[in-house]
Design a protein around this ligand. Sequence first.
Ligand code: KG4
Ligand code: ZN
Length: 348
Amino acid sequence: MFLPLIIMNILGIETSCDETAAAVVESGTKILSNIIASSAEMHAETGGIIPENAARQQVKSIVPIITSALEKAKIKNNKIDAIAVTSGPGLIGSLLVGIETAKTLSLLWEKPIISVNHLSAHLYANWLSNKKIPEFPALALVVSGGHTDIVLMKDHGKLKWIGGTRDDAAGEAFDKTARLLGLPYPGGPAISIEAEKYITKNPNIKLSLFPRPMINEKNYDWSFSGLKTAVLNKVKDKKLNKEEKQKTAAEVQEAIVDVLIKKTLRAAREYKPKSLLLAGGVAANTRLKEKFKAVISEHAPSIDFFVPPPKLCTDNAAYIASFAYFNHSPTPWQEISANPQLTIAGQV
Ligand code: KG4
Ligand code: ZN
């Protein structure tokens, strides 16, 4: 059962990792507010996320962030029709802060609550940012810090997983190699900035230093853990100068981008979707977007390509609310629990 169409304003709550986010979205497509507090700076000091620290920050931020989302949307709680909350995957302590807050509000305001899969919800950034909305069937690549999955969307709520990473996620590969290069957390944006400097200075140079594992295998899986080892072997016991660091960053980025694009394009040839969607934090990567656009216009021009603006690619609560509008019936609050291991297709 889907929510009746009269339900218009959904309050989304997202606390799966190091962002505390709340948003109000009207009819699944119009953002009335989208507020995010990130504890990334704190994690930059430790070179990565310490789950206990992330959860403590969530506790501090959740009430002010929800209050500010309602204020920015100029909406009172009696005009909220449902509350959508991320139930997984994610860090258990962080998830619980959002879930327990959502349950409390649901009981207090007497509003239905909708449990949301964070990974499938990432895709809905593509329903929030374009005048045009994606047509089905859509092929979707979700590339985030914890997951790299390719799915076929036949309709809302009809997702078929067709491949994914066998080890590290693409975002994780960016984060770990950035650390090896002495770049700050999160590594994706840091590598992208350094890589851009090198590519601007050397626009026609071939970037093929690092291996592209599984690129020619006839499946839709990836493997990124070897890249970290290859980078480690390249940089260990060396003090890279500025130029060498920029070149290595460009090589890392190109290796990740190449395998993501080649396999997604192969899936597009097989499944012949009407739309191709990118989502997740790594979809904010400029090189990935530019190369995707170029190969699609050359090899699959009939497919509509969608990629959200960077601030909707990374974690936020607007896509949580949008997903809830298009997909889910309310869940009895007693049945909502944190599922840290949830996969994109829903199994734990
Ligand atoms: O989707 P997301 O915000 O959180 C998860 O659900 O994991 O993704 C975060 C990941 C991090 O690994 C970060 O390094 C990566 O997205 N990321 C990027 C860029 N911006 C964020 N990776 C490459 N290029 C970027 N511009
Ligand atoms: Zn995410």
